[in-house]
Write a protein that binds this ligand. Structure first.
Ligand code: UDP
Length: 319
């Protein structure tokens, strides 16, 4: 069994990853400063003998004498909510976001190098910015603003990828990169301003469902269990320096998405066009996942309806 460090392990994706690894029998060290993550997400794991939580910033030196061996590092720590109105968005936390993805990534690369551990850096579809090609393959270099409101996230993730790639090239680090596309499911932060969370909350409370812009912008939504399977396969089967898009390639407009949530939640909420499309909001997003399908033997398996029903149930119990 392996000893695995998960940074951002108390976040939405991180906590599901910890779950899966703990169930598998690995020793899991969850590192999180709880800036946007929550101890509630890992409460059920704290009693497990193979799970350890360390409340610490990923940019600080990792020095726990308890663990003299680390086999794998999943580096997920970073604020990830793109909505300017949300208190936990990367726009509300610009410096912490830039640090986690640059200094934090550098720190984790050094740690992986020291332990001869495998590293996975969780990057993002945001590295493609507002893409001019669709679907976005791993070779596409993106259309990203270096100064716009999303740049603190997009550009720091891009530089994080550069750091990992340099460690792979110059120091033979066994590092790989995953680009995570829109992912949803239970344990998403209820304070987030993401479309999934907003629409479900609004539908369940019979408030207006707020569409930004004309709703014709597209996304493709991946259920959390599929995302986690992709991350683990990328760690296991991906080789040093490889980049994988991990997401669902069923593209829909945000308006269609809102209507599906309205129907599944049996809601009487009205759909309203509440504000302009935020600056730099990508007009389309759809991953090309051929590479992950071929090299990792991975594909998303959970339909949007099935995943949304589970997510709606989670928020219904929470509200
Ligand atoms: N969006 C919306 N209403 C909301 C929240 C988001 O119309 O209440 C839009 C947002 O502008 C974007 C899409 O939904 O075009 C997906 O937004 P999300 O915040 O989920 O993540 P993104 O894909 O932009 O990172």
């Amino acid at each position: 069994m392996k000893t695995i460090l998960v940074t951002g392990g108390a976040g939405f994706i991180g906590s599901h990853l910890c779950n899966r690894l703990v169930e598998h029998g690995d020793t899991v060290i969850c590192l999180d400063n709880l800036l946007t993550g929550s101890q509630k997400n890992i409460a059920h794991l704290l009693s497990k003998s193979n799970f350890f939580f360390i409340k610490q910033d990923v940019c600080k030196p990792f020095a726990s004498r308890k663990f003299n061996r680390i086999d794998e590092i999943y580096h997920l720590a970073s604020p990830a909510d793109p909505n300017v109105n949300s208190p936990i968005s990367y726009m509300a936390l610009p410096f912490e976001t830039m640090q986690a993805n640059t200094l934090g990534t550098w720190n984790m690369c050094e740690l992986a190098f020291k332990h001869k551990a495998k590293l996975l850096f969780a990057s993002t579809s945001e590295v493609y910015g507002d893409p001019q090609v669709s679907p976005q393959g791993e070779d596409y270099r993106g259309n990203v603003s270096t100064t716009g409101p999303r740049s603190v996230y997009d550009e720091s993730k891009r530089f994080g990828e550069t750091i990992v790639s340099a460690f792979v090239r110059e120091k033979n680090l066994n590092g790989r990169i995953t680009r995570i596309f829109n992912t949803y499911g239970p344990r998403m932060n209820i304070n987030e301003g993401r479309a999934v969370v907003n629409f479900i909350k609004q539908a369940l409370t019979e408030g207006p469902i707020t569409i930004y812009g004309d709703g014709k912008q597209t996304r493709s939504f991946c259920y959390i269990d599929d995302q986690i399977a992709g991350q683990i396969l990328a760690m296991e089967k991906g080789t040093a320096g490889e980049v994988f898009n991990i997401g669902n390639d069923d593209e829909i407009t945000i308006l269609e998405f809102a209507k599906i949530i309205q129907r599944l939640a049996r809601s009487k909420s009205k759909i309203i066009f509440s504000q302009e499309l935020p600056e730099d909001d990508p007009r389309q997003r759809k991953p090309d996942i051929k590479k992950a399908k071929k090299n990792l033997n991975w594909k998303p398996r959970i339909s949007l309806e099935e995943g949304l029903l589970k997510t709606i149930k989670y928020f219904d119990e929470l509200l």
